[in-house]
Design a protein around this ligand. Structure first.
Ligand code: HAM
Length: 518
């Protein structure tokens, strides 16, 4: 019997994987603009880290960890989240003593929780997260919320829901916990087993219960706002003021507690309901933590961070069509019929690929009908047919798949002809030429990165920069008076180097067909 994939996991294939790459790239680019550096920690850590870090009363630690003894009989856990590992790394590497505070790191990778799989919930999932550790200022917390919001905006999200709450400081939370225990004392007997357990270990978590009857009971519970210290109230007011100032909409949710034990002060969650009304759960969430570093035997430093779930970001973006123009389709299918044609087909393929086109070749004899079907399935913009007659006569059949026009073109002219098709018909190239390197989408948003996409634009295909002209290869590169040879042909008045194209005494080749000015 075939081996099936473990429950709650999924393979991320082809364009879906490209979507993940893109999301991670945009997240990293925006985090970089906010001063964060990457940090990669192990996928597994000693179990104690999460017991102490994430907290004994959290669902994660009580029910969801993938824990096992390794061959050396050490208790190991696959990381259920990233914050504890980052804090462990800061302490192990004494980063707080080596670098300026705050330490600002971002991370991305798989996380593991033994949860009941459902829409947007997996047992192996991916997070992009950030942690800023070492500066205890409400403005640092605000920056981190801004960063989360900015990432979503750069991914193209428009109707972002931001829920926020404050858990206050230590005394606030212990007073509030006592108040909750008094409130739930004569009610908890009628609540779910989890709530009974939460009543003993962390009554705050009762507010997070998803059982509808328990939710109803919890609605009457006292609010944390009644218990906040003056400082916590002032901090929360500052957050709201800044969010208002930057016109970031938010909802104050005094039942928001978050599922991890390390939070204090500001906590927040981002969510999104798709146009079709789908809710994949929180896209991301985070908050301030005042004791975590110390509880893991580090210095007395506070931190703030958040994590997004990449699966959920990807699901919403697919549903909302935000990834459509990132889907890679084929540029050219070269259909060779018979072995004689294969050799010429591969030569042409290599030349077109050196121009940055995505080229697919076939090496088995299939009917033209089957080959055209494959080209259509994969969105090819141009098909080229090379059969025995074509080889004999040194011609090719080139078909523009959009107009269905098929033309016989000589071998000599083929590369320029195909390049022309890409240029003249504005056939979509699989690369997105509108993206600025910063990862911000300048088309649909007012980007605040201050990059000028026109000047900074670099074609992802490896050809050189756009200034004001167009390259015949279908990409947009200025070649001044020099014409691009499009392939391995000669330049107007300079010799072609046969792949690496020098285009003039004063021009250096950039490795593709782009032509640097200097
Ligand atoms: P979290 O709320 O547990 O926070 O997870 C953050 C995000 O990861 C969630 O909003 C969700 O998008 C995604 N996620 C969580 N569990 C699953 C799952 N089973 N399947 C799919 N996606 C999931 C944390 O992990 C904190 N470490 C965030 C943080 C960083 N707080 C401070 N710094």
């Amino acid at each position: 019997m075939a081996i099936s994939i473990p429950k709650g996991t999924h393979d991320i294939i082809a364009n879906e994987a490209r979507g993940y790459d893109l999301i991670e790239e945009v997240c990293a680019n925006v985090a970089t603009v906010y001063g964060f550096d990457p940090l990669r920690t192990p996928v597994f850590e000693s179990t104690e880290l999460f017991n102490r870090g994430v907290g004994e009363s959290s669902d994660i630690v009580t029910k969801e960890m993938y824990t096992f003894l390794d061959k050396g009989k050490r208790s190991i856990t696959l990381r259920p989240e990233g914050t504890a590992g980052i804090v462990r790394s800061v302490i192990s590497n004494k980063l707080h003593a080596q670098a300026d505070l705050p330490l600002k790191y971002y991370y991305t990778g798989p996380m593991f929780r033994y949860e009941r799989p459902q829409l947007g919930r997996f047992r192996q999932f991916h997070q992009f997260g950030v942690e800023s550790i070492g500066v205890n200022s409400i403005y640092e917390d605000i920056e981190v919320v801004f960063l989360g919001h900015e990432i979503l905006r750069n991914l193209g999200f428009e109707k972002i829901t931001l829920k926020i709450n404050s858990l206050g400081d230590g005394p606030t939370r212990s007073n509030y916990k006592s108040a909750l225990q008094s409130f739930f004392k004569d009610k908890v007997g009628h609540m779910c087993p989890d709530c009974k357990h939460r009543y003993e270990t962390n009554p705050l978590r009762i507010l997070d219960c998803k059982v509808p009857e328990d939710k109803l009971i919890a609605e009457g519970a006292p609010k944390i706002t009644q218990f906040l210290s003056d400082k916590a109230k002032q901090d929360f007011a500052t957050v709201l003021e800044k969010l208002d100032g930057f016109e970031i909409p938010y909802e104050i949710d005094d039942h928001l507690v978050r599922g991890l034990d390390y939070y204090s002060g500001l906590i927040f969650e981002f969510s999104y309901i798709t146009s079709e009304g789908k809710d994949y759960g929180a896209l991301g969430g985070g908050g301030h933590y005042d004791r975590l570093v110390k509880e893991l035997d580090g210095p007395n430093l506070e931190g703030v961070g958040f994590a997004f779930g990449i699966e959920r970001l990807h699901a919403v973006m697919s549903d909302e069509g935000l990834l459509n123009d990132k889907i890679v389709t084929d540029d050219v299918h070269i259909m060779s019929l018979g072995d004689l044609a294969r050799g010429d087909a591969i030569d042409l393929g290599e030349t077109l690929r050196s121009m940055g086109l995505r080229v697919i070749l076939n090496y088995e004899d299939k009917s033209l009908k089957a080959l055209f079907k494959r080209a259509e399935r994969n969105g090819a913009k141009v098909s080229v047919i090379i059969g025995e007659d074509e080889v004999k006569n040194e011609i090719l059949q080139v078909k523009n798949m959009a107009t269905e026009e098929q033309t016989a073109v000589s071998y000599e002219e083929a590369v320029n002809y195909i390049a022309d098709l890409f240029k003249q018909a504005h056939l979509d190239h699989h690369h997105d030429h509108d993206d600025c390197d910063c990862g911000h989408d300048h088309e649909s948003h007012d980007c605040e990165c201050e990059h000028d996409e026109k000047e900074a634009e670099i074609c992802a295909c490896g050809h050189s920069e756009l200034v004001d002209g167009e390259c015949e290869c279908g990409h947009h590169h200025d070649h001044e008076e020099k014409e691009c040879c499009g392939g391995n042909n000669k330049d107007k008045d300079h010799e072609c180097c046969g792949g690496n194209h020098g285009h003039g005494d004063d021009k250096e080749c950039c490795g593709g067909h782009g032509h640097k000015k200097e």
